[in-house]
Design a protein around this ligand. Structure first.
Ligand code: PGA
Length: 252
Protein backbone atom coordinates (compact mmCIF):
# COMPACT_ATOMS: atom_id res chain seq x y z
CA UNK A 1 0.00 0.00 0.00
CA UNK A 2 1.26 3.46 -0.81
CA UNK A 3 2.59 5.55 2.02
CA UNK A 4 0.88 8.52 3.62
CA UNK A 5 3.34 11.36 3.98
CA UNK A 6 3.19 14.63 5.86
CA UNK A 7 6.24 16.71 4.98
CA UNK A 8 7.09 20.09 6.42
CA UNK A 9 8.76 22.68 4.24
CA UNK A 10 10.33 25.22 6.54
CA UNK A 11 11.55 27.33 3.59
CA UNK A 12 13.94 30.12 4.66
CA UNK A 13 12.67 30.24 8.24
CA UNK A 14 14.12 29.52 11.72
CA UNK A 15 17.68 29.93 12.85
CA UNK A 16 19.55 26.77 13.82
CA UNK A 17 18.51 26.81 17.48
CA UNK A 18 14.86 27.46 16.66
CA UNK A 19 14.89 24.74 14.02
CA UNK A 20 16.33 22.18 16.44
CA UNK A 21 13.74 23.12 19.06
CA UNK A 22 10.96 22.71 16.51
CA UNK A 23 12.32 19.34 15.41
CA UNK A 24 12.59 18.17 19.02
CA UNK A 25 9.00 19.17 19.73
CA UNK A 26 7.75 17.25 16.68
CA UNK A 27 9.94 14.29 17.57
CA UNK A 28 8.67 14.13 21.13
CA UNK A 29 5.02 14.23 20.12
CA UNK A 30 5.46 11.70 17.31
CA UNK A 31 7.21 9.35 19.74
CA UNK A 32 4.32 9.78 22.17
CA UNK A 33 1.32 9.34 19.94
CA UNK A 34 2.86 7.22 17.32
CA UNK A 35 1.65 8.74 14.04
CA UNK A 36 2.39 5.18 13.04
CA UNK A 37 0.91 5.08 9.59
CA UNK A 38 2.27 8.40 8.49
CA UNK A 39 5.75 9.09 7.18
CA UNK A 40 6.79 12.36 8.79
CA UNK A 41 9.41 14.49 7.03
CA UNK A 42 11.02 17.76 8.09
CA UNK A 43 12.27 19.89 5.17
CA UNK A 44 14.87 22.10 6.81
CA UNK A 45 17.40 24.64 5.57
CA UNK A 46 20.75 23.03 4.60
CA UNK A 47 22.44 24.52 7.66
CA UNK A 48 20.06 22.69 10.00
CA UNK A 49 20.02 19.23 8.51
CA UNK A 50 22.78 17.56 10.51
CA UNK A 51 21.56 18.95 13.81
CA UNK A 52 17.96 17.99 13.05
CA UNK A 53 19.02 14.47 12.06
CA UNK A 54 20.78 14.23 15.43
CA UNK A 55 17.79 15.64 17.31
CA UNK A 56 15.12 13.25 16.01
CA UNK A 57 14.53 9.51 15.91
CA UNK A 58 15.30 8.95 12.25
CA UNK A 59 13.40 5.68 12.32
CA UNK A 60 10.26 7.78 12.77
CA UNK A 61 11.11 11.11 11.17
CA UNK A 62 12.85 11.69 7.87
CA UNK A 63 14.75 14.85 7.07
CA UNK A 64 14.71 16.62 3.72
CA UNK A 65 16.73 19.35 2.10
CA UNK A 66 14.73 21.87 0.10
CA UNK A 67 17.00 21.80 -2.93
CA UNK A 68 20.29 20.42 -4.18
CA UNK A 69 22.84 21.36 -6.82
CA UNK A 70 22.32 20.40 -10.46
CA UNK A 71 25.95 19.25 -10.66
CA UNK A 72 27.59 16.39 -8.80
CA UNK A 73 30.51 18.48 -7.50
CA UNK A 74 33.10 21.02 -8.49
CA UNK A 75 33.55 24.76 -8.81
CA UNK A 76 29.99 25.86 -8.07
CA UNK A 77 30.37 28.32 -5.23
CA UNK A 78 27.53 28.23 -2.76
CA UNK A 79 25.94 25.04 -4.06
CA UNK A 80 25.17 21.95 -1.98
CA UNK A 81 25.31 18.66 -3.83
CA UNK A 82 23.00 15.68 -3.50
CA UNK A 83 25.96 13.63 -2.21
CA UNK A 84 26.54 16.21 0.53
CA UNK A 85 22.86 16.09 1.49
CA UNK A 86 23.04 12.30 1.61
CA UNK A 87 26.12 12.41 3.84
CA UNK A 88 24.18 14.33 6.52
CA UNK A 89 21.69 11.54 7.05
CA UNK A 90 18.86 13.29 5.21
CA UNK A 91 16.71 10.98 3.11
CA UNK A 92 14.62 13.32 0.99
CA UNK A 93 15.10 16.33 -1.29
CA UNK A 94 12.26 18.69 -2.15
CA UNK A 95 12.70 19.57 -5.84
CA UNK A 96 10.91 21.83 -8.27
CA UNK A 97 9.11 23.92 -5.69
CA UNK A 98 7.34 26.79 -7.44
CA UNK A 99 9.39 29.32 -5.46
CA UNK A 100 12.57 27.83 -6.87
CA UNK A 101 11.12 27.70 -10.37
CA UNK A 102 9.94 31.30 -10.14
CA UNK A 103 12.67 33.08 -8.17
CA UNK A 104 15.70 31.00 -9.10
CA UNK A 105 14.92 30.14 -12.69
CA UNK A 106 14.70 26.38 -12.26
CA UNK A 107 13.74 24.91 -15.60
CA UNK A 108 12.76 21.37 -16.49
CA UNK A 109 16.30 20.86 -17.83
CA UNK A 110 17.84 21.82 -14.49
CA UNK A 111 15.29 19.75 -12.58
CA UNK A 112 16.05 16.67 -14.64
CA UNK A 113 19.66 16.89 -13.51
CA UNK A 114 18.67 17.41 -9.88
CA UNK A 115 16.23 14.50 -9.90
CA UNK A 116 18.86 12.23 -11.44
CA UNK A 117 21.53 13.20 -8.89
CA UNK A 118 19.08 12.82 -6.03
CA UNK A 119 18.19 9.30 -7.13
CA UNK A 120 21.81 8.38 -7.84
CA UNK A 121 22.62 9.27 -4.26
CA UNK A 122 19.85 7.14 -2.83
CA UNK A 123 17.69 10.09 -1.80
CA UNK A 124 13.96 10.38 -2.40
CA UNK A 125 12.85 13.38 -4.44
CA UNK A 126 9.64 15.09 -3.34
CA UNK A 127 8.88 16.52 -6.74
CA UNK A 128 6.61 19.57 -6.85
CA UNK A 129 4.30 20.64 -9.63
CA UNK A 130 1.39 23.04 -9.87
CA UNK A 131 -0.10 25.90 -11.82
CA UNK A 132 -0.39 29.66 -11.31
CA UNK A 133 -3.71 31.42 -10.86
CA UNK A 134 -4.04 32.61 -14.48
CA UNK A 135 -3.69 29.03 -15.69
CA UNK A 136 -6.33 27.82 -13.23
CA UNK A 137 -8.63 30.65 -14.31
CA UNK A 138 -8.13 29.71 -17.95
CA UNK A 139 -9.03 26.11 -17.04
CA UNK A 140 -5.79 24.70 -18.50
CA UNK A 141 -4.28 23.44 -15.24
CA UNK A 142 -4.38 19.79 -16.26
CA UNK A 143 -2.40 20.40 -19.45
CA UNK A 144 0.06 22.56 -17.57
CA UNK A 145 0.77 19.98 -14.86
CA UNK A 146 0.93 17.20 -17.46
CA UNK A 147 3.63 19.12 -19.33
CA UNK A 148 5.58 19.77 -16.13
CA UNK A 149 5.62 16.04 -15.42
CA UNK A 150 6.31 15.00 -19.01
CA UNK A 151 9.32 17.31 -19.24
CA UNK A 152 10.85 15.96 -16.05
CA UNK A 153 9.96 12.90 -13.99
CA UNK A 154 8.15 11.09 -16.80
CA UNK A 155 11.57 10.74 -18.45
CA UNK A 156 12.59 8.36 -15.67
CA UNK A 157 12.45 4.59 -15.92
CA UNK A 158 9.46 3.02 -14.15
CA UNK A 159 11.89 1.71 -11.55
CA UNK A 160 13.26 5.15 -10.76
CA UNK A 161 9.85 6.80 -10.97
CA UNK A 162 8.56 4.41 -8.35
CA UNK A 163 11.09 5.87 -5.88
CA UNK A 164 9.74 9.41 -5.99
CA UNK A 165 6.98 11.30 -4.21
CA UNK A 166 4.90 13.85 -6.11
CA UNK A 167 3.55 17.01 -4.50
CA UNK A 168 0.87 19.02 -6.30
CA UNK A 169 0.95 22.60 -5.09
CA UNK A 170 -1.19 25.14 -6.92
CA UNK A 171 0.79 28.39 -6.73
CA UNK A 172 -2.34 30.36 -5.95
CA UNK A 173 -2.77 28.35 -2.76
CA UNK A 174 0.80 28.60 -1.46
CA UNK A 175 1.11 30.88 1.54
CA UNK A 176 -2.08 32.69 0.57
CA UNK A 177 -4.53 31.15 3.02
CA UNK A 178 -6.60 30.14 -0.02
CA UNK A 179 -6.61 26.36 -0.02
CA UNK A 180 -7.69 24.39 -3.04
CA UNK A 181 -11.03 22.86 -2.20
CA UNK A 182 -10.79 19.19 -1.42
CA UNK A 183 -12.68 18.57 -4.70
CA UNK A 184 -10.12 20.57 -6.69
CA UNK A 185 -7.23 18.82 -4.97
CA UNK A 186 -8.73 15.35 -5.35
CA UNK A 187 -9.56 16.01 -9.01
CA UNK A 188 -5.99 17.03 -9.82
CA UNK A 189 -4.38 14.22 -7.84
CA UNK A 190 -6.62 11.66 -9.50
CA UNK A 191 -5.68 13.19 -12.87
CA UNK A 192 -1.97 12.92 -12.01
CA UNK A 193 -2.42 9.31 -10.89
CA UNK A 194 -4.13 8.59 -14.20
CA UNK A 195 -1.18 10.08 -16.09
CA UNK A 196 1.22 7.92 -14.08
CA UNK A 197 -0.89 4.85 -14.88
CA UNK A 198 -0.82 5.67 -18.61
CA UNK A 199 2.92 6.19 -18.55
CA UNK A 200 4.18 3.56 -16.09
CA UNK A 201 1.24 1.23 -15.53
CA UNK A 202 -1.48 0.89 -12.93
CA UNK A 203 0.71 -0.83 -10.33
CA UNK A 204 3.23 2.05 -10.23
CA UNK A 205 0.38 4.59 -10.11
CA UNK A 206 -1.23 2.76 -7.20
CA UNK A 207 2.02 2.82 -5.24
CA UNK A 208 2.97 6.46 -5.87
CA UNK A 209 2.38 8.82 -2.96
CA UNK A 210 0.92 12.08 -4.24
CA UNK A 211 0.70 14.96 -1.79
CA UNK A 212 -1.29 18.15 -1.79
CA UNK A 213 0.36 21.43 -0.73
CA UNK A 214 -0.89 24.98 -0.39
CA UNK A 215 -2.29 26.53 2.81
CA UNK A 216 -2.91 23.14 4.33
CA UNK A 217 -3.63 23.65 8.03
CA UNK A 218 -5.09 21.84 11.04
CA UNK A 219 -8.59 22.99 10.04
CA UNK A 220 -8.63 21.69 6.49
CA UNK A 221 -6.21 18.74 6.65
CA UNK A 222 -8.86 16.30 7.71
CA UNK A 223 -11.15 17.03 4.80
CA UNK A 224 -8.28 17.04 2.30
CA UNK A 225 -6.73 13.80 3.55
CA UNK A 226 -10.08 12.01 3.47
CA UNK A 227 -9.91 11.91 -0.34
CA UNK A 228 -8.82 8.67 -1.97
CA UNK A 229 -6.00 10.12 -4.09
CA UNK A 230 -4.57 12.54 -1.52
CA UNK A 231 -1.75 10.71 0.21
CA UNK A 232 -0.69 13.52 2.51
CA UNK A 233 0.57 17.05 2.43
CA UNK A 234 3.55 19.30 1.86
CA UNK A 235 3.14 21.88 4.57
CA UNK A 236 4.75 25.31 4.58
CA UNK A 237 3.56 27.88 7.12
CA UNK A 238 1.80 25.40 9.38
CA UNK A 239 4.94 23.27 9.69
CA UNK A 240 6.68 26.06 11.60
CA UNK A 241 4.51 25.54 14.67
CA UNK A 242 4.92 22.09 16.19
CA UNK A 243 1.34 22.10 17.43
CA UNK A 244 -0.14 22.83 14.00
CA UNK A 245 2.15 20.41 12.20
CA UNK A 246 1.27 17.66 14.66
CA UNK A 247 -2.43 18.37 14.27
CA UNK A 248 -2.00 17.91 10.51
CA UNK A 249 -0.12 14.63 11.03
CA UNK A 250 -2.91 13.51 13.33
CA UNK A 251 -5.54 14.42 10.76
CA UNK A 252 -4.94 10.88 9.50
P1 PGA B 1 2.04 26.82 2.60
O1 PGA B 1 3.25 26.36 1.69
O2 PGA B 1 1.58 25.62 3.38
O3 PGA B 1 2.60 27.89 3.48
O4 PGA B 1 0.98 27.34 1.69
C1 PGA B 1 3.27 25.09 1.10
C2 PGA B 1 4.55 24.94 0.30
O5 PGA B 1 4.96 25.90 -0.35
O6 PGA B 1 5.17 23.86 0.30
Amino acid sequence: MRKKVVAGNWKCNTNLQEGVELAKAVNEAVAKDGAKDVVVVLGTPFTHITSVVDAVDTNRIGVASQNCAAEAKGAYTGEVSAAMVKSTGAEYVILGHSERREYYGETSEILNKKVALTLENGLTPIYCCGEALDIREAGTQNDFVKTQLEETVFNLSAEDFSKIIIAYEPIWAIGTGVTASSEQAQEMLAFIRGLIADKFGAAVAEETSILYGGSCNPKNANELFANPDIDGGLIGGASLKAEDFLAIINAY
